[in-house]
Every structure is written in C-alpha cells, then in structure tokens.
Design a protein. Structure first.
Length: 566
C-alpha cells in the first residue's frame, strides 16, 4: 500500500495552565517556576505539529556565502540579518538552519519519495521505496515489551544505543535498525552503497549519516500506514558512537521523532565543530571526514576551516526543539570530544529556553564508567523519565544537566549573542496562537533545569529588594545530588541599573566551583569573585536575570552574595 506523506503527527509533551481552562484550546509551553508561583496547576497535553519537515512552505533564501567567525553562529538571527522575535518564527528559522546544514555538513535529504509501502508485524518491519523511477527495500526487526500494546517504539541504530532493557521495561518497543543496509560504511565517496544510494546514485554528495536518517524516516512512514502493535504517534531514536552520530542526525531531520537519544557521538555528532577543532585529544574534523563518508562531500571545504561553517551543531540541537532530547556523553575518552559536546548542548539549550520548553532537553556526561558504549546506571532514571514523558505522555522530561567537571565547556567563550525572549506560543497546526502570559523570563543563559526562573515570594531564593544598591544577587540551588550540586545566579539591577557587575561571596563549609558558564570566575580558598562576560553585563533597573551558572562540589548552600556595579 502507498504511504500518504505530510500528515500531522508529532507529539511533544508540554504543559498547560489549568487555571486557564476557559482557553483550553490554546497550547502553552512548560510552566516556569515564576509561572507556577501564580498558583496555576500543570497538566500534560500533546503538542501537534506537521510531519517529517514543517518548514517546507517557508521561503528560504540564503546568501551565497556567510562571514567567517570563530564563534558559534547566532541561532536566532535569520539569513537576512534580522532576529526572530516570536516562537512561531522558529519554524522558518529552523528551515534556514536545515538548508545550511545540508549544504555544508551532511548533504541533502531528499523530499519524501513517490511511494513507500511495507508491513509491520510483532517481529519485523519491511520497507519498500520507489522514487525517481528507481526502487529499493530494506527491513528491521522488532522486539515488543510485555503487555498487549500497541506500544511506542525506539529505533535503535545497529544494536548499540540506550539500554534496551530499560526501554522495554518503560513500556516501549525496540526496533533494531541496520543503518548499513541504507548507507553502508567501508565505501568510497564516489561509490556509496545501500538502499538510499540505490535510488539517488552511488556518487550522491549526501553523506551516509543523512542517508541512514532517510532510512529512519521511511520506517516511520510504514509505521504510520501499517500500525499494528507499534503506535503511530510515539517514536524515539538512539545509537552510540558512530550510531550516536546517526541518531542525532535522524532526530534533527525528521520532526515525527518525539525523543532523540545520541550517546557518545563524537566528531560529526553532537560536539560543536568549532570547539572540537580546538579540543586536545578529540578526533580532528579531517579524521572524521575521511574515516568514513559519514559527512557530506561539501564538508571537505571546512575540515581545516571550521570558522567558515555557516552553521554549527548547537543549531542542529536546536532543530530538535521543542521535541525531547537526551544527550549522553563519556568524559573519559578524549577522542569523543565531550567538552565540545557540552558546548553544543549548552548552546542548543538556549533555543529550548527561548521556546519555553527547557525541561525537554537533558544532558549527562558525569559518569563513572569510562568504557565506550557501556550501559550506565546514571542514565537509567532520566532515560525512563524521557520515555514516559515524550513517548507515553506521562509526566515531564528530566530537564537535567549533569556535566562532568573534567569536560565542562564554557559557552560564554563561544558566543557573542544573547538569548531573546520570544513572544507567543509554538503553533500546533501551522497557525500561531494568540500571545499569552507564558513567555519565559528575560535572557536566561544558564543550563536548563526545573527551577531556573526566580521562584515565588515565599521562597528564600527570591532576589531581595534593590533599594539604592548597585545590584543584588542570590544563588538558586536547582540540582543537588549529594556530593555536588548545580546553582543558578540571579542578579537584579538597582535603581539605576548596571552596565557591568562583579559578585563576591565566601563559602561557609568547604564548597568549591568545579565548572561554570557565562561568567569570569576566580577563587581563592573559600572566596569567590565573578564578573560579567560582556554580553550579559547590562541589567535594567529592577530587572532580574538568570545571569550565569555553575556546578560545585560539597553540600548545596546559598551564601550571602555581594553585587557591585563594575
């Protein structure tokens, strides 16, 4: 049977304000702590978007060249130089990023084929594709969890990805996908092999990561048509190492994928390309390009010139927004470039924040076992929570960042752009809902977590009144795992505002900062001094911003912080 493409199907778990039940038709993003302080209750609602690629109707017009820069490109600035101002504009900005990424990094992903047919059983999926007068086929095996179904499913690249026992016990099926059947490794660039190249030619300039992602999309086509014991509206993808690269690309380039889980993906995967070129011990860009034809042929122009890239992987992370994303990395193997992975994740998290869905991205590199592609106990709970939130519509995403102190990137060193406050809501059917009061707070440059917004007046972490002081600041404890914790630093401008700030405090009982982002931090014994990094220097009178963040060792605490205008 032929597959009819272009149907609305993506779900994303977002939350609504129950107190606004009279406006229940309006979709809203996840509540911040500031919104929760109003007394509104949270509930889960499915978010509908269009299929494989929502931006097909966007008028994308890109320049022939872009300025070279050693810093990460601003994901919020369009090709014409203007910045997006509303959440509804992200769809067409995403379409620009998609085109830039295909043009310079991965190669083109063709439009949906003329015909896709196939079948789904309790043990296998068959896929038959016809396009441009050529045909091909491939298959994947299925392993169902206990129960009567139908089940959501996680497509596992090559048998290496997130722990399949955890996936199945959480209530999702496992689809074992052989990516080499669609885009084979071990081939030369002018003689690529696999089902994708059967149709689009062995000399196609599209790299095998994109070819394999095309195969994932065709599996979803068949699931949508055939159904059976596999749900049509709950799909995840995962893979480790080279398959982690593939899972990352698949999730970015098919918006029907509700949860993307790349593991230890290394160069060509999550790690920021500009950063990895400077990270000692990581796989060089030229090595990743030449090891296998993973990346598109056009990437050869950038292996020695990453500053010339018109796009970087923090924007590919953002292409997955607002859908679920759980990035897992290994800090013990330098070749994998985990520091650059944290840079890309932190940069991409700014896009999630701007869209008001900060709980939908998680990152975890703080693991003890250094074995490549090992099953790690640290990831089990956030993995299970992600599956429940994004595939089963139960609860919300973990929204946690656990960055290994040995491989902690500093986003402030890689950007000169700020994160805008975007108005309105994300559209659910191609239309923009009217604006409401759920816009996230002012520029928020700390990693996402459940409590990154100033809490209510009854919480002792609320910034004190500004009075006549230059500025005031408090530390908000947003994560505590016993031996360490994550803090966000909230700064409020005084009566005259500030155009630069310096913070000082003294730790009470042996705490120390292991890593930080978006501030210039120095420590001497128990004394800490932190300053702005330029773009986050200006704070208007009475304005409170989440200025920066850190990961510290020892017990969590909120010491008295002194804020002085620079």
């Amino acid at each position: 049977m032929n597959i009819s493409l272009g149907r609305s199907r993506i779900r994303m778990a977002l939350v609504v304000l129950a107190a606004l039940a009279v406006a229940a038709v309006m979709l809203v993003p996840h509540l911040s702590t500031a919104q929760a302080a109003t007394g509104d209750e949270a509930s889960t609602l499915a978010f509908e978007a269009n299929s494989e690629f929502d931006g097909a109707d966007c008028n994308v017009s890109l320049p022939g060249s872009t300025p070279s820069s050693s810093l990460l490109p601003d994901p919020f600035t369009r090709a014409d130089g203007t910045r997006i101002t509303s959440k509804s504009q992200w769809e067409c900005r995403r379409a620009e990023i998609k085109e830039l990424a295909e043009r310079s990094v991965y190669g083109d992903k063709p439009a949906p084929p003329d015909s896709v047919t196939g079948s789904v059983t309790s043990s296998s999926i068959t896929v038959n594709v016809s396009d441009n007068g050529r045909s091909t086929s491939f298959s994947a095996s299925v392993s169902l969890p206990s129960g009567s179904g139908p089940f959501p499913a996680v497509i596992v690249y090559g048998g290496f990805g997130a722990d399949t026992n955890t996936i199945k016990s959480a209530g999702a099926a496992v689809i074992n996908y052989d990516p080499n059947s669609v885009g084979a490794e071990g081939t030369s660039r002018n003689n690529k092999q696999g089902a994708f190249y059967d149709i689009y030619g062995s000399s196609s300039s599209t790299g095998i990561l994109m070819a394999q992602a095309w195969g994932v999309s065709r599996i979803i086509d068949v699931i949508e048509q055939s159904g059976g014991n596999i749900l049509t509206d709950g799909t995840g993808v995962t893979g480790c190492s080279r398959y982690g690269k593939g899972a990352f690309v698949a999730g970015a380039f098919d918006q029907r994928i509700d949860l993307t889980m790349p593991i230890e993906s290394g160069t060509g995967g999550v790690p920021a390309l500009r950063s990895i070129a400077q990270e000692s011990g990581s796989q060089p860009l030229s090595s990743a390009y030449n090891e296998q034809p993973w990346l598109g042929d056009a990437f050869s122009s950038y292996t020695g010139n990453p500053s010339g890239l018109p796009v970087d992987t923090h924007e590919i992370v953002g292409m997955i927004a607002p859908r679920g994303l759980f990035i897992m990395e290994n800090p013990h193997v330098d070749w994998l470039g985990a520091r650059s992975g944290s840079v890309a994740a932190l940069g991409g998290a700014e896009i999630y924040k701007a869209l008001g869905v900060e709980d939908n991205i998680s990152y975890w590199s703080d693991v003890q076992n250094g074995t490549h592609c090992a099953t790690r106990s640290e990831w089990n709970q956030p993995l299970r929570q992600s599956i429940q939130a994004f595939l089963l519509d139960s609860g919300q995403g973990p929204g946690v960042f656990r960055v290994a102190s040995s491989k902690s990137g500093n986003l402030s060193q890689w950007r000169n752009w700020s994160t805008p406050t975007l108005s309105g809501d994300l559209p659910d059917d191609g239309t923009t809902p009217p604006d409401d009061d759920t816009t996230p707070p002012d520029d928020d440059t700390t990693p996402p977590d459940d409590d990154t917004t100033p809490p209510d007046d009854d919480d002792d972490t609320t910034p004190p009144p500004t009075g006549d002081a230059d500025c005031t600041a408090v530390i908000d404890v947003v994560n505590d795992w016993g031996s360490g914790w994550q803090g966000n630093v909230l700064i409020t401008g005084g009566s005259g505002g500030v155009s630069g700030w310096t913070l000082t405090w003294t730790w009470p009982s042996g705490q120390s900062i292991n890593s930080s982002w978006n501030a210039d931090v120095s420590s001497s014994g128990s004394s800490v001094t932190a300053g702005d990094v330029g773009w986050n220097a200006d704070i208007a009178a009475g304005q409170t911003i989440n200025a920066w963040g850190f990961v510290a060792s020892g017990s969590s605490t909120s010491p008295q912080v002194t804020c002085t205008a620079a």
